[in-house]
Design a protein around this ligand. Structure first.
Ligand code: NAD
Length: 274
């Protein structure tokens, strides 16, 4: 397993109070980073920061809604006043509660579409815009955007979420193209299904099974799998990687669309041959 030293570095993780963001905050702190959890859920963010502190790490909750420029400015002021630097920005937060109201184009409300985009790619844009200047001042930094396989292919019942995540991917490319020469790398990670607490509570077994059957690995990701990629993309080990999307999807998007059916067909054929 990799082991990085982020001593003296400051990492900002949006949505760091839960799921992938929480695992990322914990891991980066374990590797020595000062972690700023920028989450709308102040109670849970404080709890996670305190738990990281109890485990010997250095984490701080600065309540932030990524959709609000005023709150982001307060975050930037607090960081520059206290630490004077930002090395890693993880744009992870998203308004996931809205996916329940997402749907096909004919049935999707314009407001849900706008709110989904606002709570994802727009927030990532605002956060990047606000935290680029301190990174550019030092001439180094890494922005890691959490996208999704939903932004890489059409889906029957997710329009707004997919558009937002495709936007996150394009934002990543724009950031890389525009700022890599000045020392700022930007990459995206596209997970498929991740076993978060929320997914374990709300995702139906049938839905999870659709993913498992279509992933070459046959198993879904843990939050730590994504966190480890964030750590890699934040480290010097990935200094040649910028502007890319890494699909942490167990092979889902790199496999023939008929793979699940084909595996079932082969297994039935093998059974009838015995
Ligand atoms: N879990 C999955 O299966 C999966 C798959 C692909 C991509 N993703 C992406 O990974 C990211 C994290 O997902 P998760 O499953 O860990 O989610 P989660 O619901 O466990 O955590 C999301 C966190 O974001 C925070 N948040 C929401 N809106 C916010 C806002 N406006 N400002 C600040 N914080 C806000 C929430 O309070 C929460 O702590 C999301 O971008 C999601 O789209 C998740």
């Amino acid at each position: 397993m990799s082991d990085y030293s982020f001593e003296g570095r400051v990492a900002v993780v949006t949505g760091g109070a839960s799921g992938i963001g929480e695992a990322t905050a914990r891991l980066l702190a374990e590797y020595g980073a000062t972690v700023v959890i920028a989450d709308i859920d102040r109670e849970r963010a404080s709890l996670v920061a305190a738990q990281i502190g109890d485990a010997g790490g250095d984490a701080h909750s600065i309540p932030t809604d990524i959709r609000e420029e005023g709150e982001i400015q307060q975050l930037v002021d607090a960081i520059s006043g206290r630490w004077g630097r930002v090395d890693t920005l993880v744009n992870n937060a998203a308004s996931l509660e809205l996916t329940e109201f997402d749907g096909d184009v004919l049935n999707l409300s314009p407001q849900v579409f706008l709110d989904t985009v606002r709570g994802s790619v727009f927030g990532a844009f605002l956060m990047s815009k606000a935290l680029l200047p301190p990174m550019l001042d030092r001439g180094s930094g890494s922005i890691v955007n959490i996208a999704s396989v939903s932004g890489m292919a059409g889906e029957p019942a997710l329009t707004a979420y997919g558009v937002a995540k495709a936007g996150v991917i394009q934002l990543t490319r724009a950031l890389s193209t525009q700022y890599a020469r000045r020392g700022i790398r930007a990459n995206a990670i596209a997970p498929a299904f991740v076993n978060t607490r929320n997914n374990e509570t709300y995702a139906s077994p049938v839905f999870v099974d659709v993913y498992r059957r279509n992933m070459s690995t046959g198993f879904t990701a843990e939050t730590i799998d994504i966190a480890r990629l964030v750590a890699f993309l934040s480290s010097e080990d990935s200094r040649m990687v910028t502007g890319h999307v890494i699909a942490a999807d167990g092979g889902l998007t790199d496999t023939s669309p008929i793979s699940a059916d084909y595996v079932a067909f082969l297994s039935e054929a093998a059974q009838s041959a015995t």
